[in-house]
Design a protein around this ligand. Structure first.
Ligand code: TRP
Length: 473
């Protein structure tokens, strides 16, 4: 058996998990999604989903991880005693490889932009520059560099690699990002950026609610690193004395803080130089932001700081993806960490190069496949916790806390009912939109639909509170 490590301290676990959560999702994907989905309307849905689905979902993964002290495959298999749940776990491990295959390519773009910030290479021709580097040989080379950096940290282990690295990275990200937000507030036109970001357009919200809901749901899972078992794996290295609900809330809170803060940096920058939020999709950060730096005071210095932050954030997340299959090989096949890391990096170098060479494959993986895999993954984890673990999940939830069973029971009811329904709905709607099927009932939102949905949620919440002194199973 390969010896299993643990975090050295509570803050070690929290910082590593925050590092996993805070990443390209907050800084690259969030502004792009927000711009595409009407600004404040998206932000509102996103925040509601973080609280209603994200935090309970995070606790689902933490409960599974700490209960089993194992990787997603070993966890589901050993806790259920069934091979079928093992297959679900394998799917999660596989999904982590898919995820890292595209994430590492974007990480490579970030390294490239960080380096180019010193020479100002992209400042005068942002569109051409992005198109020259985003796919092809350059993308493959920088993907390899990013992957090597990720692997170097994971190779060094849970304590000496991941914990040590994230302890330095997270404070740096927070301090620099807060400074940037203050700087952004001084830009002329910052007000228009805030207005786009913070003022709600109800008509647009009602007309596009489904798209906004799906994007906000996908974004919430992505940003909290849910659905492939990053959080299962990280929680498998913590002890029974920690309070999962407390730690989970801190992790989600800090992550949301960074996401929202990024909006306060990005939108003033975009509006002050371009006068709009930009509509370049995945290229938003690279084209919109990069061209903005050209027009701004101290632009090239700010660019270095900005892409530096993004790079650190991306690395602190990518290590949590690679750690999943590394833990799997160590736990299940006795493969040493060093060897596992090297072999897996070799595999991801190849799969990532495919997405770096073929834009269509990249778009499919980053835009559609990942959302579906994460949603299915978290759906399965919820069903597992509520309907297979049941009482054990409640016991695990309460370990290290002083809570009575009330909170744990309400959580489990939510996780066994509202969450799977919501996730299944987004999964099916996602598949329908992939296949180009339009469902008439999903036209513009009518007020009776809002009332009906609200009533259902209310009933579940009331029932769960009333029943909270009894156990679900
Ligand atoms: N949450 C990270 C981000 O926002 C990405 C990430 C790390 C992730 N591990 C994950 C996303 C697991 C989904 C699943 O960039």
């Amino acid at each position: 058996m390969v010896e299993r490590e643990t975090w050295t301290s509570r803050s070690g676990f929290i910082l590593a998990a925050v590092g996993s959560a805070v990443g390209l999702g907050n800084i690259w994907r969030f502004p792009w999604m927000t711009a595409e989905n009407g600004g404040a309307a998206f932000l509102l849905f996103y925040l509601i989903i973080i609280v209603g689905v994200g935090i309970p979902g995070l606790l689902v993964e933490h409960v599974i991880g700490r209960r089993s002290n194992s990787n997603p495959f070993g966890a589901l298999k050993s806790l259920s005693g069934s091979d079928y749940w093992g297959y679900v776990g394998i799917l999660a491990v596989f999904a982590s490889l898919v995820l890292l295959s595209f994430y590492s390519v974007v990480g490579g773009w970030i390294i490239r932009y960080f380096i180019d910030s010193f020479t100002g290479a992209y400042l005068s021709n942002p569109v051409e520059h992005f198109q020259a580097i985003n796919f092809g040989t350059s993308a493959v080379i920088f993907h390899l560099i990013f992957l090597a950096m990720t692997a170097a940290i994971v190779y060094s282990g849970v304590r000496k690699g991941i914990e040590k690295a994230t302890k330095i990275m997270i404070p740096v990200i927070f301090v620099l990002l807060i400074l940037l937000a203050f700087w952004a507030a001084t830009l002329t036109g910052a007000g228009d950026g805030y207005a786009f970001y913070l003022s709600l357009d109800f008509a647009a919200l009602r007309a596009n609610w489904l798209d906004i809901l799906l994007s906000a749901g996908g974004q919430a899972l992505f940003t909290l690193s849910l659905g492939v078992g990053s959080m299962i794996t990280y929680a498998s290295y913590i002890g029974d004395d920690r309070s999962l609900p407390a730690d989970g809330t801190i992790i989600a809170g800090l992550n949301t803080f960074v996401g929202v803060l990024t909006g306060f940096v990005v939108f003033p920058i975009l509006f002050s130089s371009l006068g709009e939020a930009g509509s370049q999709g995945p290229g938003a950060l690279f084209i919109g932001i990069a061209s903005a730096f050209n027009a701004l005071p101290l632009g090239s210095l700010i660019a270095i700081v900005f892409f530096g932050i993004v790079l650190i954030a991306a690395l602190s997340s990518s290590i949590s993806m690679l750690e999943i299959p590394v833990a799997y090989l160590a736990d299940e096949h006795d493969v040493k960490r060093e060897r596992g890391t090297t072999v897996l990096a070799g595999i991801i170098f190849v799969t990532g190069s495919v997405t770096a060479l073929y834009p269509n494959i990249f778009d499919f993986v980053a835009g559609t496949l990942v959302d579906l895999l994460l949603t299915f993954g978290l759906f399965a984890f919820c069903i597992f916790v509520a309907w297979v673990l049941g009482r054990d999940a409640i016991e695990e939830f309460r370990k290290g806390t002083r809570y009575s069973t009330g909170l744990a029971n309400s959580w489990l009811v939510l996780v066994g009912t509202v969450l799977p329904v919501f996730l299944l709905f987004t999964l099916l709607a996602g598949i329908a939109s992939l296949l180009g099927v339009s469902v008439p009932a999903f036209g513009p939102l009518a007020s009776n639909q809002v009332i009906a949905a609200g009533a259902v949620v209310l009933v579940v919440v009331v029932v769960s509170i009333v029943r909270s002194d009894k156990t679900l199973v």
